[in-house]
Design a protein around this ligand. Structure first.
Ligand SMILES: O=C(O)[C@H](O)[C@H](O)[C@@H](O)CO
Ligand SMILES: [Mg+2]
Length: 389
């Protein structure tokens, strides 16, 4: 079988979008104290879909949400010529060829995200070619079902956050993640606002459920050092991305000073990036996203590393490209799960583009043994709300 064509299209959302509230989520831009929507560059309101076609008429689907229009250009101009004419089952060779050919600029960030999208499509193709779900090509079913944590709870009015947390409890989730809305620029009053919301959510869910705390790179080392002792009483399952992704030594310093697991990795790339995080004992939970980190070819290597280092892998975002890694690896105990709702930040846009993502039932989800490949198809339900090009 040979790859004959590679196509990339950007799905740009033009439909109804919920406008952000002030202080709904800290992020890396906050420390600059600029005005306006500082989360703007972290929206996922466009998504690039990659299709890889073979001479046997099979089409594999990949996706990328980081800088989608740039990723499209990278796929079309640089990556497609490297894989066309080759057998998709030579996926390690093809990954190395894409990685090494673009090494000067593509080993992290949007270059690696574009490689990830092509790699996802190749794995989708391989599954379809042998009529097996991708997880069966990775090690098979190592768990009956995948435990997942509900992930939203952006910072807002306390009563609204408590009502949302209660909804997840009522739906059977025994784990959920909330976002902090305040950081260094908001001083002691902002710290109190952060702590009030953690306490309020704990009041609703109790202590027999996991509560994860998300900073999304919006704090700094000093602020995190001061917040961690105040957070320990709430027994968080982890504190996520307290500092920017390049501050690996900052992650390691925080990990040394607290009993709270520090998590990260959704902005790290390839097994080399995660070797650094592991060797420096920077994170206690790995959270790569398979549509960024280097696709399935890279993610499976990181799962192997994580297993021997004893660090759990709980990928960013859930979504099918990550669920297959979690299902097939002992190193991955659970998955993130974005509820489907009106478009806001855009993590949820995946549901508007693709069909096939499983719905969590009672806080658990399963993958279908009889659906080959990644198990995704393109949805035609919301096409009127997208500009596709
Ligand atoms: O961990 C996450 O889910 C990410 O950091 C979110 O995608 C991001 O939008 C911040 O909530
Ligand atoms: Mg995160």
């Amino acid at each position: 079988m040979k790859i004959t064509d590679v196509r990339a299209r950007v799905y740009e959302w033009r439909g109804h979008t919920v406008q952000p509230q002030p202080h709904f989520c800290t992020n890396a831009v906050d420390v600059l104290r600029t005005s306006g929507d500082r989360m703007n560059s972290f929206r996922f309101h466009s998504w690039t879909v990659v299709e890889v076609e073979t001479d046997e008429g099979l089409i594999g689907l990949g996706n990328v949400a980081l800088a989608p229009s740039v990723a499209k250009q990278i796929v079309e101009r640089y990556l497609a010529p490297l894989v066309i004419g080759h057998d998709p089952f030579d996926y390690e060779f093809l990954w190395q060829r894409m990685y090494r050919s673009t090494h000067a600029w593509g080993r992290k960030g949007v270059g690696m995200a574009a490689i990830s999208a092509v790699d996802l499509a190749i794995w989708d193709l391989m599954g379809k070619a042998v009529n097996k779900p991708v997880f069966k090509l990775l090690g098979g079913r190592v768990k009956d079902k995948i435990r997942c944590y509900a992930s939203k709870l952006y910072a807002g009015p306390i009563d609204e956050m408590q009502a949302e947390a209660q909804r997840y409890v009522d739906e059977g989730f025994d784990a959920m993640k909330m976002r902090f809305g305040y950081g260094p620029a908001d001083g002691p009053a902002g710290m109190r606002e952060n702590l009030k919301r953690v306490e309020a959510v704990r009041e609703v869910i109790g202590y027999d459920r996991d509560l994860m705390l998300e900073c999304y790179m919006g704090w700094d080392l000093d602020y995190a050092r001061r917040m961690l002792p105040k957070l320990e009483q709430f027994e968080p399952r982890w504190l996520e991305e307290p500092v920017i992704a390049d501050d690996i030594d900052g992650y390691a310093a925080l990990s040394r000073m607290t009993s709270i697991p520090i998590s990260g990795g959704e902005h790290e790339f390839t097994s080399y990036g995660f070797r650094q995080l592991l060797d420096k004992e920077a994170v206690a939970v790995i959270q790569y996203d398979t549509n960024r980190v280097g696709g399935i070819t890279a993610a499976r290597k990181i799962n192997a590393l994580a297993e021997v280092y004893g660090v759990p892998v709980i990928p960013h975002a859930g979504q099918m490209h990550n669920y297959h890694l979690t299902m097939s690896s002992l190193a991955s105990p659970m998955a993130e799960y974005f509820p489907k709702h009106d478009v806001e930040v855009g993590n949820e846009l995946f549901y508007y583009i693709f069909n096939g993502d499983p719905k969590a039932e009672g806080g658990w989800l399963d993958l279908d043994e009889d659906v080959p490949g990644l198990g995704l198809t393109l949805s035609d339900e919301h096409l009127d709300d997208f500009c596709i090009a």
